[in-house]
Structures are given as structure tokens and as C-alpha cells.
Design a protein around this ligand. Structure first.
Ligand code: HEM
Length: 368
């Protein structure tokens, strides 16, 4: 590694660590490197100017996946446009999820050439560049949804049917914020993206964990039944009776979001300015930590949070591992974290209150 940087895997000129950058489940590889080079703590991965996003396995086709997705879309659409998503199979909802899926395929490591390092690649004709055709497709899918939603809001405003949604406020103050039409459409789009899949992934992982760990599910049912009786559903006031629902077992953003400096920093060459240091986000993944910090980090064991505040072994200093670490830190911390946490809290309680989750035995291929 360059002088002054934390230890990490050996680099090669120009590409840094790009030639060994994992194309699938990158957070597992980073965990391994953190253990190998950083003694379980931070290690530095030089990705030159290529910013990957974590790979997500695609949905399993179970209806609980789409129920949960419909829910998270409905919450964010209500906040942004005052519009609910009562069914999954509406053009706006399925349109969004299709665009999101295609987008993720496009930003996965390895799916596009290194255009930031070799800008001449941009001039390859579309006919020879699948990634260009894919990008065009994603652009038109996203624009259909985002433009459609904003146009609908404008039509409503023109016919005097305000609903005091977030995007109405943005439209009213467009000039004050210095936002043109394009920025306004994409602001809505970015917030739908930020607010939909994050919450739904958390809840989908929860259901999978409950199925995979029946003992933990049984215990959770007993606890919820003591607080929330059969004659009512839970409310956010009930949350104080439960330990914090942690994001740490299967965090939604195991690598957080890559950050880049916009100006040279002391001791950092221009080559690494746009690199990101994954360990910044790694504490959110309990797998990252050696058993010195966590007892059996690979086990879904909610009880660990009863033992110590952050689920670590007794006597370990875990002040850096607070439950909010999954929402990032500093000035770019997730602005939707309060909405997200409330949404998660109420849903975890209600899902446990209402359902027994069991493996789907109808199709042996789909068992977890
Ligand atoms: C379980 C739910 C969620 C998780 C785990 C999560 C996580 C994160 C993380 C790790 C970041 C990057 C922070 C950083 O760069 O340091 C982020 C950014 C962001 N999130 Fe969330 N998020 C969630 C829900 C939401 C919701 C519901 C919204 C919208 C209402 C939202 C909107 C955003 C936006 C707009 C950003 C970009 C902020 C910026 O770059 O300045 N997120 N989120």
C-alpha cells in the first residue's frame, strides 16, 4: 500500500486492488482481508476510481418478498407524493422494482468497463458496448417512474387537490432551492430508491432468519405475546418493552456507501483520492469481527444484545459499534434513518405478533 495508508492486500500499478476486487458478495471478501491484513480491524482497499455497490442476491419469488416490497414502496410514496401503493402489481410499483433491479445489475462490480480510469472506453459505439445499452434501458425505466410521479403531482396541484406531500413542498420552493426540473424529478427518484429497498431488505432478512432459527422465533413470540395481547396490534409505544432490533446480523448496506474526497488530502495521492476505504463501513457487519469481539458472530442470536449493549462479548469496548452505525456517519448520514427505524420497529413487532414463519415445503428448490 502507499505510505501512510492502513495495511491491505498488495496493489499493482494503476489498478490498485481492482484486479482482485470480488464481483460477488464483496463484504465477505472484505471481512477476510480485514482479518488478514488489519488484524480484524481496519484494512485499506485501493479501488482506484471505481466505486462498486454491494451485490444483492435476487428475490426468491416468494410472495412475502413482494408483500414486503409493496409495503416499503407504499410508505415512501405516501411521504413523497401522498400516494399509496395498495398493490404490488401496479405499473408504478413494479416499474420501480424493475428499474431498481436493472440498476443494480449495472452498478455491480465487473458489469461496466473501467471508464473512469480509461475514459476513451466511453467512445465505444453502443452497438459494441452492452453496458451502454443497459444504461440506456435503466435510464428510460427510471425516468418513466420518476417523471410520471412528478407529472401526476403537478396535475393534482393544477386541479386544486393538494395533499401536502414532500414533493409538493419541493415544487413550491423549487426556485428557492435552485432546483431545475431534472433535479426535482431525480430528487424524488433518489428518495424512493433510498427508502424502498433498504427497509424491505431488512424485513425480508428478518423473515428468513426467523425461519432459519425457530428457537429464536419461539422466544420472540413469547416476548411479544407478553406485551401485546391478541385484542390489538402493536404500536410504537410498545417498542420500549423490547430490546433494540438490531441491523447487525445481515445489514442492509454491509459496505455502506462509498465516499470520495473532492479535493486532494494531505498524504493521499490523486490516484487514491476517489478510492474508498471499506473498513469505514465494515463495523456494521458482525461477520467482520473476530471471535475476540463477538461470541459466534455467524449465529443469529438476538440474546447477545441482552448481554451487552452492542452484542459483543462482556468486557469489550464497543463504543464505536452503536446500532446507528448502519445508517452511516457524519454529514452524509442517512436522512431517512428515523423514518426507517420507526418503520422497522412497528413491522418487526407486527410480523411477530401476527405470523408464525415456517419454511415453504411446497418447493424443495426454494428452501433456505
Ligand atoms: C433500513 C433502512 C435504511 C438503511 C440501513 C439506510 C442506510 C443508509 C446508509 C448506510 C447511507 C449512506 C450514509 C453515508 O454515506 O455515510 C444512506 C444514505 C441515504 N439514505 Fe438511507 N438507509 C435506510 C433507509 C432510508 C430511507 C427510508 C430513506 C428515505 C426516506 C433513505 C434515504 C437516504 C438518502 C437520501 C441517502 C443519501 C444521503 C447523502 O448522500 O447525503 N434511507 N442510507
Amino acid at each position: 500500500q502507499e505510505k501512510g495508508l492502513p495495511p491491505g492486500p498488495p496493489t499493482i500499478p494503476l489498478l490498485g486492488n481492482l484486479h482482485i476486487f470480488p464481483t460477488e458478495f464483496a463484504h465477505y471478501k472484505f471481512t477476510e482481508w480485514a482479518r488478514k491484513y488489519g488484524g480484524g480491524g481496519a484494512c485499506y482497499i485501493n479501488t482506484s476510481s471505481f466505486c462498486p455497490s454491494p451485490a444483492h442476491p435476487t428475490g426468491q419469488g416468494h410472495s412475502f418478498y413482494t408483500h414486503i416490497r409493496r409495503y416499503s414502496s407504499s410508505v415512501i410514496l405516501s411521504v413523497l407524493y401522498g400516494k399509496r401503493a395498495p398493490r404490488y402489481d401496479t405499473p408504478k410499483t413494479t416499474g420501480f422494482w424493475e428499474a431498481q433491479h436493472e440498476w443494480q445489475l449495472l452498478v455491480e462490480p465487473g458489469s461496466t468497463p473501467l471508464i473512469d480510469i480509461f475514459p476513451f472506453l466511453k467512445s465505444i459505439p453502443e452497438h459494441w458496448a452492452k453496458w451502454k445499452r443497459d444504461a440506456k434501458k435503466v435510464r428510460s425505466l427510471q425516468r418513466a417512474v420518476y417523471f410520471g410521479l412528478l407529472n401526476e403531482t403537478k396535475r393534482r396541484l393544477r386541479s386544486g387537490e393538494e395533499n401536502r406531500s414532500y414533493m409538493e413542498e419541493v415544487l413550491a420552493r423549487q426556485e428557492e432551492f435552485g432546483m431545475d426540473e431534472e433535479m426535482t424529478r431525480y430528487l424524488g427518484g433518489a428518495l424512493i430508491e433510498g427508502g424502498s429497498e433498504t427497509t424491505s431488505s431488512y424485513l425480508q432478512s428478518l423473515v428468513l432468519c426467523l425461519v432459519a432459527y425457530p428457537e429464536a422465533q419461539k422466544q420472540a413470540h413469547e416476548e411479544i405475546d407478553c406485551v401485546v395481547r391478541d385484542d390489538r396490534m402493536s404500536t410504537l409505544d410498545d417498542i420500549d418493552f423490547f430490546p433494540i432490533f438490531t441491523h447487525c446480523f445481515r445489514p442492509v448496506t454491509p459496505m455502506s456507501v462509498p465516499h470520495a474526497t473532492t479535493a486532494a488530502e494531505e498524504g493521499v495521492s490523486s490516484m487514491t483520492q476517489a478510492s474508498f476505504s471499506c473498513p469505514l463501513s465494515m463495523p456494521s457487519l458482525s461477520k467482520t469481527f473476530p471471535p475476540a469481539l463477538y461470541d459466534n458472530p455467524e449465529d443469529f442470536n438476538p440474546d447477545r444484545y441482552l448481554l451487552t449493549e452492542n452484542g459483543t462479548r462482556l468486557g469489550v469496548d464497543s463504543s464505536d459499534l452503536g446500532p446507528n452505525i448502519v445508517f452511516g456517519a457524519g454529514r452524509r448520514i442517512c436522512p431517512g434513518r428515523h423514518l426507517a427505524q420507526n418503520s422497522i420497529d412497528i413491522n418487526v413487532m407486527n410480523l411477530l405478533w401476527a405470523f408464525d414463519f415456517n419454511p415453504d415445503t411446497r418447493d424443495s428448490q426454494s428452501k433456505i
